[in-house]
Write a protein that binds this ligand. Structure first.
Ligand SMILES: [Zn+2]
Length: 240
């Protein structure tokens, strides 16, 4: 009964929802274009913020964060004064062939107990000698550089093409280094790692390339080799 008395004018109006006029093709295109432009602007803003953050981060000290495989201007690295540069003469073992990129640092022992760094340098410089290394570390911790960093050495067989080589003197047949030699070797390797954008995981033994027992002590004592690498890592992170 009540439905008869319900006043019709109080009911909510039942209007049909307004129909949207179909967009013309032109308006559709314009709307698409506007969306594309807005999306491009948003993308540019995101890229800009990313670049700003990257530039701030690159201003921070990056002792251990240098990119691997990044640029290595081998001929522009400043050699510190604790390294004695005594380059070999051309001919003999020094080919002058360019070293393009350094992936690893190869450690050797001279295999001739009790000989000095300078004595081994003279041996490298003999025209009849076919081997050499970038660096020699002596019994008292002295460091001689025999070759520029951007030249290949003749020490590590097929890895001469992408390694810096270091020969270390030793007092006896065990091949164990003196404390002075060890300290200098750690210092040299840490410095090289930093300059070359490497870390302690890029230290290798001659043994790792050819299986030769070189450097003897680190081949016979793998634990000493691992702690040497750890020492270089620590020195690298503590560089000023
Ligand atoms: Zn070797």
């Amino acid at each position: 009964m009540s439905e008869f008395y319900e006043p019709k004018h109080l009911r909510p109006e039942e209007k049909e929802p307004p129909r949207r006029a179909p967009l013309s093709l032109r308006r559709k295109r314009r709307r698409l274009l506007v969306r594309l432009v807005l999306a491009s602007c948003a993308l540019l803003v995101v890229i800009g913020i990313g670049m700003a953050v990257a530039s701030v981060l690159s201003g921070l000290p990056q002792v251990q964060n240098l990119p691997l495989g990044g640029p290595q201007d081998l001929d522009e690295i400043d050699i510190p004064d604790w390294i004695d540069q005594e380059f070999l003469d051309f001919g003999g073992s020094r080919s002058g062939e360019k070293l393009e990129h350094v992936n690893d640092i190869a450690i050797h022992y001279v295999g001739n107990p009790g000989t000095s760094a300078m004595g081994n340098r003279s041996y490298f410089n003999d025209p009849a000698t076919e081997v050499n290394a970038h660096f020699l570390v002596g019994l008292d911790g002295e460091i001689i550089q025999c070759l520029p960093l951007d030249e290949k050495s003749a020490a590590t067989n097929e890895r001469n093409r992408d390694t810096i080589s270091i020969e270390v003197c030793h007092p006896d047949e065990t091949g164990q280094f003196t404390d002075d030699s060890y300290r200098s070797l750690v210092k040299l390797c840490a410095w090289l790692c930093r300059e070359l954008g490497l870390d302690e995981n890029h230290l290798i033994r001659h043994y790792d390339v050819t299986g030769k027992a070189c450097p003897l002590y680190f081949v016979e004592h793998p634990d000493a080799w691992e702690s040497f690498r750890a020492d270089v890592g620590e020195a690298l992170r503590n560089l000023p």
